[in-house]
Design a protein around this ligand. Structure first.
Ligand SMILES: *Cc1c(COP(=O)(O)O)cnc(C)c1O
Length: 369
């Protein structure tokens, strides 16, 4: 097995050796040291979001990111409520899927994958339908790499007095998000994205008053956000078995984010990676799927060069054998592949990838002729 590649994917991503080494200890779950680690993580997450107690609080939830999204939607949208979901990719549509499964009353605002949901349209939908109580949208739509405008949408949601839920899974930690200033009531992200931990839990930053109002509304026992919070709030104890190794790794990853210079420094590194990637790939004939005005700094979708005949698999295998793995495309209306640039990835890696890709294109040109 080749254990020597780096992930150019949108998470799980390449982590540091020091983060991975934290997982070599089997920690007791009811021990005070462990509870203190959980509390430190929760406090640290609030700081990263520019919010504080008592207005906001943080909840950690076992499972992947989707478990966090499902926990919020099925815990805070009550039977008398109606949810507006703004979707311009697979993760927005997944929120629709969650709402469908839970039998929530919801409305889908479907935008094209290469366009942002528009605040003016959200405002209009809210005027037309006073029954809508909650609005949910994705920040960085990992499907395409588009960075949605949560600031403008948040403003109209707040002006209309509704609750704003943001899936910031692939952006939190890699893009600075002033949560309260943007009017966000519930923000969801997970351990294995831009904080650079490993997979195993999601986290939710919640406006405390609204979280408290959701008591008793959850449709699921294990994903009950309020109950999870109630237990955790006492002294940092998780309600059910927690992913102890993942929690230790995450605490380390948060320290390393601080040491890097916090979110501004990490955001600058990711943005520099993304810019260089686009430049080097353009020189090789790869055109990005998105307009630069809406392209985010996390992951980029590229079209295959005009006239190319190689498959994603051939390209993937060639590059994997040389130390990097790419991601298949996910937008429905175009034939693309994706390159993520988050995690322990630096401009040297992007230069290296571009060199490997140039070699691959030469090889692939020979097969075609
Ligand atoms: C990664 C991600 C999720 C969660 O996916 P999981 O596979 O459940 O971890 C949700 N939304 C977005 C935008 C993501 O990038």
């Amino acid at each position: 097995m080749n254990h020597n590649y780096k992930l150019l994917t949108p998470g799980p991503l390449t982590t540091t050796d020091t983060v991975k080494r934290e997982m070599l200890f089997d920690h007791c779950t009811w021990d005070d040291d462990y509870k203190a680690i959980t509390q430190r993580i929760r406090a640290g997450l609030l700081r990263l979001a520019h919010v504080s107690e008592p207005a906001y609080t943080a909840v950690l939830m076992q499972g992947s990111g989707t478990f966090g999204v499902e926990s919020v939607l099925t815990s805070v949208v009550g039977p008398a409520d109606k949810l507006l979901i703004c979707a311009n990719g697979a993760y927005g549509l997944r929120m629709g899927d969650i709402a469908q499964h839970a039998g929530l009353n919801y409305l889908l605002y479907r935008q094209a994958d290469n366009r942002r949901p528009e605040a003016a349209h959200v405002a209009q939908l809210l005027r037309e339908d006073p029954a809508i109580t909650h609005v949910a949208m994705v920040h960085s739509e990992t499907t395409s790499g588009i960075l949605n405008d949560i600031e403008s949408v948040g403003r109209v949601v707040k002006e209309a007095g509704r609750t704003f839920i943001v899936d910031a899974m692939s952006s939190f930690g890699g893009v600075d998000i002033p949560v309260e200033q943007y009017g966000i009531d519930f923000l969801i992200s997970s351990a294995n994205k831009c904080i650079q931990g490993v997979p195993g839990f999601a986290f939710i930053l919640a406006r405390r008053s609204l979280l408290e109002q959701s008591a008793g509304k959850a449709r699921s026992l294990s994903l009950d956000l309020y109950d999870q919070w109630k237990t955790m709030e006492q002294d940092g104890k998780w309600r059910f078995t927690s992913p102890t190794h993942v929690v230790l790794a995450f605490a380390k990853a948060m320290e390393e984010l601080d040491a890097e210079g916090g979110i501004p420094a990490r955001a600058a590194r990711y943005a520099a990676n993304q810019r260089l990637l686009t430049e080097r790939f353009a020189a090789l004939g790869f055109r990005p799927y998105l307009d630069p005005a809406v392209q985010g700094p996390i992951i980029t979708s590229f079209f295959y060069p005009a006239g190319s005949t190689f498959t994603f698999r051939e390209m993937y295998d060639y590059i994997k054998a040389r130390g990097y793995v790419l991601y298949p495309g996910k937008v429905t209306e175009a034939d693309t592949f994706r390159v993520g640039n988050i995690g322990e990835i630096y401009t040297e890696d992007i230069e290296q990838l571009a060199a490997i890709m140039a070699d691959f294109l030469k090889e692939a040109g020979k097969w075609a002729s």
